[in-house]
Design a protein around this ligand. Sequence first.
Ligand SMILES: [Mg+2]
Length: 330
Amino acid sequence: MDKTHAFRPGEFAMIDRIFAPLATSPGALGLTDDAALVALKPGQEMVVTADTLVEGVHFFRDDPPELIAQKALRVNLSDLAAKGAEPLGYLLTLSLAPWIDEDWLKSFANGLGADQMEFGIALLGGDTTATPGPLTLSITAMGSVGLGMMIRRGGARPGDLVFVSGTIGDAGGGLAVLKGEAADASPSAREVLIGRYRRPTPRLGLGRLLPPLASASLDVSDGLLADLAHIAEVSAVGIVIEVGSIPLTPSLRELWGNSDEAVIRAATAGDDYELAFTAPAILRERVVAAAEAAGVSITEIGRVQAGSGVLLLDRAGNRLPVEKSGFTHF
Ligand SMILES: [Mg+2]
């Protein structure tokens, strides 16, 4: 790993020792070189994605370091899943705040190590620096996909079906609980929701089966409706969603109830890291079979049509106004 700026003297070597065991692929060269090597099989191309997490914005200082590490890695793996890619490796850039100590770093590395085992990916390199500001960590993940097979946002066509994996709104509910909103939710429901906020599940098993099936795909980070609006915009189509079909967990219903407003809140909350994708109607059975093979639930929630934007219909088929379609960064 390159080292820039002054962290506490002598501690960069310690940091290297903590992270070197994570660099298990031969191309990482044990983190002893300026760069890493990534081999691609013939007929494959590389998919690259990056995400940055900032203390106080994306996580809290007293969150468990293992979970901060896993969220940082998993949001990137989720992007690879959405594109239909297999994970190859990742780069980690750490801007360490003054409050970080060796125990924190070791726990952070342990979290990464556990997820490397679970998802079949390894550290390739990165950079470590010190900052007087908040802890900032950035991961760049690389994956591979068959030449020309990456699922883009721009391929949705009128008549396609809209699917979402898993359930929507749990992470938003978990964040609400962490902020003190617990209302009538039971302790076990609160625990489920917080877990979904802190440790999303990248849908790699489903994603790798989607390139021959899905016409457009992304992972839900900004909020289901906002992210579907991204597909609608890039694909130059309209998307119609039935509010009653959006899948919510019993835990979230305990917290927010069963009303249309509760579903809209779930669909605008964000941080789900589920896959939202479109596929031609003729491929419906194959999409369902792929989800079954991957062991991931999917739900058909709507349809692509000519036009623009995302239209939300209530259970009676009437148009629902949505004031805030999701989280915007600026
Ligand atoms: Mg994404």
